[in-house]
Design a protein around this ligand. Structure first.
Ligand code: TRP
Length: 524
């Protein structure tokens, strides 16, 4: 067997993983959910979620990946326990749930649960990895549609056709544009081709090389846009709106949003970080890498708001327009700025760059699975599954403003699964973001915390990061890090022990509570 390809350096890994994390979630979504949920107060809650749940779970994924040197399915399989009593138990419970659904609820979901339960019974924890690979298909199919719009909008901006005086003009244009199948599907296809070409080239010459080029470009574009925004007259209002803490807007709901977004933004819950971690060598300090990735991701998210809101306020536009912000408000804003087309093109280029380094990580999960477990060649896997995801994305694109044009899909989905989402696009988004990712995150932290065990995990983490993991936090805070009296065998508090506690108790409990809200067993 060929030796597994590895990142050429620690920096290469951090940039690739940060590239995966930094995406549409940071630049398109984070600013508007922050604007809607109490500004600075929301940022604070978000930071806590990253620190207490995001970072520990990311370390879990990277550790599991590096230890096993496998894709998510292979990783779970490699360290699964010999006894499968637990898996059998869960499998039986899911089958029972399926039977109940069959009798009292929907036969579609019931039948699905029966199948899933049987698979869990048979394959155990490996199924958690399989769900990750499936999430790759689901997420990339709708993610690529949005990423595709940015390609079209760069083109449109350069051609000078994004000249709107009002937001409603821009909104009407966006609707026409995004429902045009040639633009929608064409640009989605173009984006998938870019992803395929990078993944085709492999870990070093594809993912790492392009992340090293694209991430600095992203930072540069963002800084240029921030400077432009902040130097406009009346920009301060925007900063004030964006970051002034308003605790009256914070409730259980915003905490849930912050937690869900922390997962999505850090690319957690589906094994993307297991996969990227599997290309990390033993000498790397993965504790430190995790820290860097999380800091980069969070910093870019916060910065994105600083690029957007000052400009929005400088020209007196409404900020609270939700998801439409990027494609409906900003074009109108840019039109007010001298050389606006150029600024608009730069902004959409920024979005595209961010989306591309994330898109490739999603395709890589799928590719790695077929390469490792099914012995496909990388070239074949990247092209074939890239194409499959392109096909799944077509109905997402067609249904963006409603089901009308995909009734053939809508009718069976309603009959079998009683879907109630506004479109196929929303259905896929909801399926991944609210169900598969949180469930995946829960399973990963339970698995590492309790099944594989934090003890073995920490052994893996210590390769390359011994000093880091074992620093006594209390001693560190007191400035006594190397003081001999703190080398006592009694464990005070180290990063390692803190991580163990977070991963065994805090993350699973927090994610479970969030999940119960989603399922509807807990109500706001
Ligand atoms: N993190 C990316 C963003 O913020 C999206 C993404 C890429 C992702 N890979 C992922 C989300 C894996 C969840 C899981 O846009």
């Amino acid at each position: 067997m060929k030796a597994r390809e590895h990142w050429s350096s620690g920096l290469g890994f951090v940039l690739a993983a940060a590239g995966s994390a930094i995406g549409l979630g940071n630049i398109w979504k984070f600013p508007y959910i922050t604007g809607e949920n109490g500004g600075g107060a929301f940022v604070l809650i978000y930071l806590i979620c990253i620190l207490v749940i995001g970072m520990p779970v990311m370390l879990c994924e990277i550790t599991l990946g590096r230890h096993t040197q496998r894709n998510p399915v292979g990783a779970f399989r490699a360290v699964s326990p010999g006894s499968s009593v637990f898996a059998h138990l869960i499998g039986i419970l899911v089958v029972l749930g399926g039977l109940i659904m069959l009798v009292f609820g929907s036969w579609g979901w019931g039948a699905l649960l029966l199948v899933i339960g049987a698979l869990i019974f048979r394959f155990g924890w490996t199924m958690a990895g399989a769900m990750g690979v499936m999430s790759g298909f689901v997420i990339l199919s709708f993610y690529s549609v949005v990423a595709g719009w940015t390609i079209g909008y760069i083109w449109k901006a350069l051609a000078g056709s994004l000249s709107f005086n009002t937001v409603s003009e821009a909104g009407a244009y966006f609707k026409v544009y995004s429902t045009n199948p040639w633009w929608g599907i064409g640009c989605h296809g173009l984006f998938m081709i870019m992803c395929i070409m990078i993944i085709y080239k492999g870990v070093r010459r594809g993912i790492e090389r392009w992340s090293k080029i694209l991430m600095p470009v992203l930072l540069l574009l963002l800084v240029v846009l921030i400077v432009r925004g902040l130097t406009l007259e009346g920009a301060v209002e925007g900063v004030r709106f964006y970051l002034t803490p308003d605790f009256s807007k914070i409730g259980a709901r915003s905490v849930l949003i912050a937690l869900g977004h922390a997962f999505f933004s850090l690319s957690l819950g589906m094994g993307a970080m297991i996969t990227y971690g599997s290309y990390v060598s033993r000498e790397e300090n993965i504790f430190r890498s995790t820290l860097f990735i999380c800091i980069l991701d969070t910093a870019i998210a916060i910065m994105a708001g600083l690029a957007i809101f000052p400009a929005v306020f400088a020209f007196g536009f409404e900020p609270g327009t939700g998801p439409g912000l990027a494609f409906q408000v900003l074009p109108a804003v840019f039109h007010q700025i001298p050389a606006g087309s150029l600024w608009a093109a730069l902004f959409f280029l920024l979005l595209l760059v961010a989306a591309l380094t994330s898109g490739i990580s999603l395709l890589e999960v799928v590719t790695a699975y077929f390469v490792d477990e099914r012995r496909w060649s990388r070239h074949r896997a990247a092209m074939f599954f890239g194409f499959v995801i392109f096909l799944i994305g077509i109905p997402c694109s067609l249904s963006i403003h409603g089901w009308e044009r995909v009734e053939w899909l809508h009718v069976p989905l309603v009959k079998v699964f009683q879907v109630s989402q506004a479109s196929f696009f929303d259905f896929m988004d909801d399926l991944a973001s609210n169900w598969m990712l949180p469930l995946g995150g829960l399973l990963i932290s339970l698995f590492v915390g309790w099944i594989w065990g934090t003890k073995k995990a920490i052994e893996e983490i210590r390769h390359g990061s011994r000093n880091f993991a074992d620093v006594h936090l209390v001693a560190l805070l007191a400035g006594l890090r190397d003081d001999p009296s703190h080398n006592s065998p009694i464990h005070v508090l180290t990063l390692a022990s803190l991580w163990g506690i977070f991963i065994r108790f805090i993350s699973p409990v927090a994610v479970t509570i969030a999940f119960l809200f989603t399922v509807g067993w807990l109500k706001l």
